[in-house]
Design a protein around this ligand. Structure first.
Ligand code: FAD
Ligand code: NAD
Length: 465
């Protein structure tokens, strides 16, 4: 029987990163993945394919809406949807192959099969009918998550679909009904809206992306509405019925009156649930929380001392970079180091256009906590760079402690916000004040000048607004 220092169950951005870091630290490492490709949700049916389709559809939207103004005649541009999906699949294959290479390079043993605990130090790997058992001193559970649904919805995966099917449709929907105005609903909603579908987003809460700062929800909804997406907030879906080619959603509107929506596809994007099915946790004695997550302490350790858990299967934001941070962190803990993650500084990004990105506290959270804070905002339209590229929508908002001037939150919507948020994360990691950032030189003309200006605005001295 093979014996390992560490075995990781699940090869998503949590699991494969943990495996590499364990190997780098000299630990004999194995990784188990039930699918034939490594990379988990993120690489196969999540971050990477969704961004590939967002980028392709963005090119089409620009060509049909903005090229003329730039002086480029692009008459007769058409979508080849099959090619768009094929290209997305190629991007996924190349990215997954990269993980195979990294496993080999780091001498990590890869087991393809379904991992389940026999006991706290032995894991069975089932592939078809063959069972292989390995022994492991430590195990990291990185089994991720699956889409959630509502109790009365039957996901037939043909007309009533999750993000996984929405990434591989055979045709562009005529009318895509989206239940849930969160990250998946808006990103994939925008893909199909740009490709010509009518898109209606039905959201239970009074605002879209409800956990983000209110300014972002408002600005994003305004912008997507202008692009043609329809929003029905404060709507409670009560039934979803399908016929061969049609989906009917019934919902209660703000006043409690029933309303009906008809479309040809319905994307259910109401969140994801931790995935621990058939993992044999009871054989190892590992406890779950009442929300179905694996219970961990602040060392990512479960109630069984040699078993750890990371990523979507534990508490916290369901984000690839959060899973990866935890993967590195747990490897270092097992190797005897003392790493630390500041969860307040895990950025959140929505890859719509305009992009939305945030880190730290929202204004709503500061108000609720009674924190005394200052605000500085700067509109993108005041930037020369934004006018040059015709990306004038959005703004950046900086929240700083009223007493110390330390930046405690940054919220941005606009072109390239997904990349720009890194500056806010670094500034906050080093506990910068808004004045520190305001006094740092930012190249001109760039979108990042909006960060400097917003920080200057905290002190009422923005130059260009
Ligand atoms: P996963 O990536 O889910 O990987 C878990 C792996 O474990 C899977 O491969 C699974 O097959 C395997 N597994 C499970 N059980 C077993 C078992 N018993 N035996 C063997 N293998 C097992 N996040 C971002 O940060 N940015 C984005 O842009 C982004 N876009 C997304 C878009 C979509 C459409 C979706 C659905 C998600 C997106 N996410 C994004 C979220 C991101 O994909 C997840 O947060 C991330 O993949 C979680 O990583 P993980 O390693 O915890 O789990
Ligand atoms: P989400 O939590 O982002 O959004 C779910 C939305 O559905 C919320 O707005 C919620 O209020 C709404 N909702 C819940 N129940 C509802 C109901 N009964 N009727 C109508 N609306 C309802 O979840 P998601 O969009 O499904 O994404 C799942 C996870 O994947 C998220 O945690 C997200 O972090 C991750 N993800 C991240 C990215 C990214 O980082 N860019 C992209 C896609 C997915």
């Amino acid at each position: 029987m093979s014996i390992y220092d560490v075995t990781i169950i699940g090869s998503g951005p949590g699991g494969y990163v943990a495996a590499i870091r364990c190997a780098q630290l000299g630990l004999k490492t194995a990784i188990i993945e039930k699918y034939n490709t490594l990379g988990g949700t993120c690489l196969n049916v999540g971050c990477i394919p969704s961004k590939a389709l967002l980028d392709s559809s963005h090119h089409y939207y620009d060509a049909t809406h903005h090229f003329e103004k730039h002086g480029i005649n692009a008459d007769g541009i058409k979508v080849n949807f099959k090619q768009m999906i094929d290209r997305k699949n190629e991007v996924v294959s190349q990215t997954c192959a990269g993980i195979d290479f990294l496993m080999k390079k780091n001498e990590i043993d890869v087991y393809t099969g379904f991992g389940s605990f026999k006991d706290a130090t032995h894991i069975n790997i089932t592939n078809k009918s063959k069972v292989t058992t390995i022994e492991s001193k430590n195990t990291i559970i990185a089994t991720g998550s699956k889409p959630s649904t509502l109790p009365f919805i039957k996901l037939d995966k043909k007309r009533v679909i999750t993000s996984t099917e929405a990434l591989s449709l055979k045709e562009i929907p005529k009318h895509l009904l989206v239940i849930g105005g969160g990250v998946i609903g808006l990103e994939l909603g925008q893909v199909y809206s740009r490709l010509g579908a009518q898109v209606s987003v039905i959201e239970y809460m009074p605002k879209i992306i409800p956990t983000m700062d209110g300014m972002l929800s408002k600005e994003l909804q305004k912008s997507l509405k202008k692009q043609g997406i329809k929003f029905y907030t404060s709507h409670k879906v009560t039934a979803v019925n399908t016929s061969e080619k049609e989906v009917t959603i019934t919902a209660d509107d703000k006043k409690g009156n029933p309303v009906e929506f008809k479309g040809d596809y319905c994307l259910v994007s109401v969140g994801r649930r931790p995935y621990t099915d058939k993992l044999g946790l009871e054989n190892a004695g590992v406890k779950l929380t009442d929300r179905g997550q694996i219970e961990t302490n602040d060392q990512l350790q479960t109630n069984i001392s040699n078993i750890y858990a990371i990523g979507d299967v534990v508490k916290g934001a369901m984000l690839a970079h959060k899973a990866s941070e935890e993967g590195e962190c747990v490897a270092e803990i097992i190797a005897g180091q003392k790493p630390h993650i500041d969860y307040n500084l895990i950025p959140g990004v929505v890859y719509t256009w305009p992009e939305v990105a945030a880190v730290g506290k929202t204004e709503e959270q500061l108000k609720e906590a009674g924190v005394n804070y200052k605000v500085g905002s700067f509109p993108m339209r005041a930037l020369g760079r934004a006018r040059a590229s015709m990306d004038i929508e959005g703004q950046i908002k900086v929240l700083a402690d009223a007493n110390t001037d330390e930046i405690i939150g940054m919220h941005m919507i606009g072109a390239r916000a997904a990349d720009m948020i890194a500056e806010a994360v670094i500034a906050m990691e080093f506990r910068a004040s808004s004045e520190d950032v305001a006094r740092s030189s930012h190249a001109h003309p760039t979108f990042t000048e909006a960060i400097k200006e917003a920080c200057m605005a905290v002190d009422g001295r923005a130059i260009h607004s």
